[in-house]
Design a protein around this ligand. Structure first.
Ligand code: ADP
Ligand code: MG
Length: 396
């Protein structure tokens, strides 16, 4: 049975896994422990790199990094995720010199230097990582890792960068070192999240607003269905969608699709080929849905945002074409089971779907999703609830 019930994820556990792992790997206690959450994007998909709007929240599943000082200029990284331990001199960290999972934490070190950190005058560190964010599930284990490491090094080295800048550091690491052309959504969510709230982010100005969600107060929770369908953002569909958006913006003579509005769509339809037009229509309508979601939450509460979540999924399925049968089935089953609303979340081509549901319906919808996947011959998904939680912080 892969349903995990309602919660039981406690941050202290991840922190002690990081501390204990540090002790085991390096034979001494760490000087500090920092952590950052994975994220669920409530709405606003693929809008980030189009200078648009997103509205994610932080998860109650975190990645922790334990840090210890060194007397030389070597950085060592290890993780419960892998038996490998990578050791490299600060001078030698470049986008080409690191690979595999260590490209995320070491990419952050490199990216900090691009934002002004003087690595010639800091001492090396030992880092050990522990995480309870599922990897590759569309819940951004990558940004949780980048954000925890970025905050830890920023504080340990006294760099004085603010959180929006640390989000850019994580994004630069992911773009240039890992090689995934992802936007600023994930790192902003992980760094700026607050308990019981979503982060409404304007990806052009990087202005953000923390919006209370009041899910628990309204008797609601968010159910995540991790389909275990793998996605790879460095290659394939994600990059192709990004290229389509750039092409659409060029053809329409705008800097980015942020500058295209609902009433521009008829003109766009005349100018663009059918596929590019549908890609553009997703971005334009999705930006509007993010704005509508934030306004609806404020004016009418969380029960009223369901239709926007449902419409977002339909747009990703039909116009942006980033869904897969498993995600469609999870969404349709949750909707049929009485969810307030449901949609795939994250970059697409696999990963997770979310459903906003009355707490009392969690067991029935969970069972229905498991049964529907079994009947369709899909791999058994993992179904669990998440609680909007605090962003990156120092824990110890
Ligand atoms: P997602 O962000 O949706 O979970 P990504 O493919 O963007 O998926 O990032 C997953 C990758 O991030 C992993 O393959 C691994 O390289 C790295 N990663 C995530 N969590 C950890 C961890 N705890 N330790 C080491 N590497 C990790
Ligand atoms: Mg990721």
């Amino acid at each position: 049975m892969s349903s995990e019930g309602t919660s039981g994820h406690d941050a202290d556990h991840t922190d002690s896994a990081a501390s204990d792992g540090f002790l085991q790997r390096y034979g001494r206690r760490p000087a500090g422990v920092w952590s950052a959450p994975g994220r669920v994007n409530l709405i606003g998909e693929h809008t980030d790199y189009n200078d648009g709007f997103v509205f994610p929240f932080g998860l109650d599943r975190r990645t922790a990094v334990a840090l210890g000082d060194r007397h030389d200029q070597v950085v060592r990284v290890s993780s419960g995720f892998s038996p490998d331990e990578v050791s490299i001199h600060l001078d030698e960290i470049t986008p080409d010199s690191v690979a595999g999972w260590s490209a995320y934490p070491l990419g952050v070190v490199w990216a900090l230097a691009q934002f002004g950190a003087d690595l010639a005058h800091v001492r090396g560190v030992d880092l050990h990582i522990a995480s309870e964010v599922p990897v590759g599930a569309g819940l951004s284990s990558s940004a949780a890792l980048e954000s925890a490491v970025a905050l830890a090094l920023n504080e340990h080295w006294g760099l004085g960068l603010d959180r929006p800048t640390l989000a850019k550091v994580g994004q630069l690491a992911e773009n240039r070192v890992v090689g995934a052309p992802t936007g600023i959504l994930d790192q902003s969510a992980s760094l700026l999240a607050q308990a019981d709230a979503g982060v409404f982010l304007d990806c052009r100005s990087l202005d953000s607003d923390v919006i209370p969600l009041h899910f628990a107060e309204e008797g609601l929770t968010v159910l995540v269905v991790d389909t275990h369908v793998a996605h790879a953002h460095a290659t394939g569909g994600y990059a192709a969608r990004r290229a389509s958006c750039e092409q659409g913006a060029r053809a329409l003579g705008v800097e980015s699709l942020r500058d295209v509005h609902l009433d521009d769509l008829p003109r766009a339809e005349g100018v663009l080929d059918d596929e590019t037009f549908r890609r553009v229509r997703h971005i334009v309508t999705e930006n509007q849905r993010v704005l509508d979601t934030v306004r609806t939450l404020r004016e009418r509460g969380a029960h009223a945002i369901g239709a926007l979540l449902d419409a977002s999924h339909a747009s990703m399925r039909d116009d942006f074409e980033i869904s897969v049968p498993e995600l469609d089935l999870a969404v349709a089953t949750a909707q049929a089971g009485g969810a307030v609303g449901a949609r795939m979340t994250g970059g697409g081509f696999g990963g997770s779907a979310i459903a906003l549901v009355d707490v009392a319906l969690v067991p029935a919808i969970t069972e229905a999703v498991l049964a529907a996947f079994a009947a369709a011959g899909h791999r058994t998904p993992t179904v669990f609830t998440v609680t909007p939680s605090q962003g990156a912080r120092r824990d110890g």
